[in-house]
Design a protein around this ligand. Structure first.
Ligand code: 1HN
Length: 328
């Protein structure tokens, strides 16, 4: 017998007699794991983005000696990756750099191999120092050179091998915290440790070479940009969840103050300067990382001509019509 879905269901008895006071009312719905919309413990709606994450800077010159020491104490045989992730100093936070993105510094020594794995988090790397290291992404063996940006999209196998003479230092950026928020985490180490079928590659669309970036920046220098004096996007967007912009700042010329709902992490590729974020002045130089959380007004002032890599979750905000920006 089929049910008539259009028919009214029978009425459920409300029986209100047992609840005679506000206290009893609150007790009654709290017991059902419910909360009254009129007296929330914490508001559910607020006028504009809350300041949950803090502006912050990590100095590469502080980190490098510690990573070098880790190089003596922890081998790639023990650690799947020798990296140090940067957690935002916001109260209670132990992982994200900004709400949706985690950044890390990583080092691979000559002769070492970081074994292959894959995960649903999207990743990218910015190479800081060292030649002769290769990343293998889905069987494509790509050289990592300083200033290059290399992508490792969702579920791509990736390993790193240093066949050169230099320690190789780079920065990783991943959307792991976004994956944590939404829950679709999958991770798998490669059964054989490394991919078997590997071919040398220039990286194709997964590699943005420093020489090309510099040429592109020169071509747009002098045009008008919100937060830079020249700016080029790497990819469109580079990853489904992450937008990348390489940005040039001219010494002595402050950028306009602006704010955006996107969460941003900057990496310093060249030069020196200061970023003023919501009242605090953060000095930076080569290799440093700066967290600019959502809706914090910021501007940059370079003291030397500079290049920054801007890593943001703008594609996620844009996908749901939440990307807003304003001058401030
Ligand atoms: C990861 O898989 C790598 O594969 C680097 O090199 C940094 C930070 C957090 C989670 C996974 C890599 C990472 C990471």
């Amino acid at each position: 017998m089929s049910t008539d879905l259009l028919a009214q269901p029978p009425l459920v008895d409300a029986n209100p007699a047992a609840i005679g006071s506000l206290d009893e009312l609150y007790k009654a719905f709290t017991a059902l794991n419910m909360e009254g919309g009129w007296h929330r413990i914490k508001p559910a709606l607020w006028r504009e983005p809350a300041k949950n994450f803090l502006p912050f800077r990590w100095k590469y010159s502080d980190v490098k000696p510690i990573l070098a020491a880790a190089g003596h104490l922890i081998g790639t045989d023990k650690a799947e990756r020798r990296n140090l992730t940067m957690f935002n100093p916001a109260e209670g936070n132990i992982y994200p750099t900004v709400n949706t993105i985690v950044a890390a510094y990583q080092m691979v020594k000559p002769g070492e191999i970081a074994r292959s794995h894959r995960h649903t988090a999207n990743a990218l790397r910015l190479i800081l120092e060292g030649r002769g290291t290769y990343t293998v992404v889905n069987g494509q063996r790509v050289e990592m050179r300083p200033g290059d940006v290399l992508l490792t999209p969702n579920w791509a196998w990736h390993s790193h091998e240093n066949v050169g003479q230099d320690e190789c230092y780079w920065m990783d950026f991943l959307d792991v915290p976004l994956v944590h928020l939404l829950e679709p985490m999958f991770y798998e180490p490669h059964a054989e440790g490394l991919e078997k079928d590997v071919v040398d590659s220039d990286g194709g669309p997964l590699a943005f070479r420093w020489e090309d970036t510099v040429k592109r920046l020169e071509a747009v220098h002098g045009q008008d940009f919100d937060d830079a004096h020249a700016s080029v996007q790497l990819g469109d967007p580079a990853l489904k969840t992450i937008r990348l912009d390489m940005q040039r700042l001219d010494a002595g010329k402050p950028t306009r103050t602006c704010r955006t709902t996107a969460n941003i992490v900057y990496a310093v590729v060249r030069g020196k300067g200061t970023t003023e974020v919501d009242g605090s002045a953060i000095g930076w130089s080569f290799g440093d990382t700066i967290a600019v959380p959502a809706w914090r007004p910021y501007r940059h002032v370079a003291v030397e001509d500079a290049v920054l890599l801007k890593v943001s979750d703008a594609p996620v905000m844009a996908a749901f019509d939440w990307l807003r920006a304003s001058a401030r």
